[in-house]
Write a protein that binds this ligand. Structure first.
Ligand code: RP5
Length: 174
């Protein structure tokens, strides 16, 4: 673990969660947001997780993304140890398809919140986009990059819809 930290940390419950979080790494990289990825299981390495979560703020981390499958207490365990915002990504790692992790992550009792996103790859991307939006509160350049990315997506959809309508008009003839 580096002494000076990036702004976003992605915590994984297991090394086997790595591929599921590729989308988060991709989004953060696209937005130029420095990040680190750490495997720190809440139940298999509780002391590592404890040290990591408690040190995060002083190291300069501003948002934590915690991804885990099964009885996914990782995000809640992290949130209990820091006042930084924690985004939980429930992963599909068991025959229950991620519903187990979703319920474990989203159903935090009042007092210690976890911002829970959708299961698996969708959640991975959305967690990173939410982290970008959170950092954008104080980083106006990043906020503008997020605005531009959304405008680009909307413009691409407008163009595709227009093309479909044009094709339909051409198909009907005059
Ligand atoms: C959870 O159990 C991890 O987050 C992972 O999704 C799941 C399986 O972990 P491994 O047995 O593959 O290490 O703690």
């Amino acid at each position: 673990m580096a002494m000076t930290a990036p702004r976003v940390a992605i915590l994984l419950g297991s090394d086997s969660d790595r591929a599921a979080m590729d989308g988060a790494v991709q989004v953060l990289t696209e937005f130029g947001v420095d990040h680190e990825l750490v495997v720190a299981s809440a139940h298999r390495a509780p002391e590592l997780l404890d040290r990591y979560a408690r040190a995060a703020e002083d190291r300069g981390i501003r948002v934590l993304i915690a991804a885990a499958g099964g009885a996914a207490h990782l995000a809640g365990a992290v949130a209990a140890r820091t006042v930084l915002p924690v985004i939980g990504v429930p992963l599909d790692a068991t025959p229950l398809g991620g519903l187990d992790a979703l319920l474990a992550t989203v159903q935090m009792p009042p007092g210690i919140p976890v911002a829970t996103v959708s299961i698996g790859g969708w959640g991975a991307r959305n967690a990173a986009l939410l982290a970008v939006a959170m950092l954008g509160i104080t980083d106006s350049a990043l906020r503008e990059r997020l605005r531009a990315a959304r405008a680009k997506t909307a413009a691409a959809m407008e163009a595709a819809a227009q093309e479909t309508m044009d094709r339909g008009t051409a198909g009907r003839g005059s």
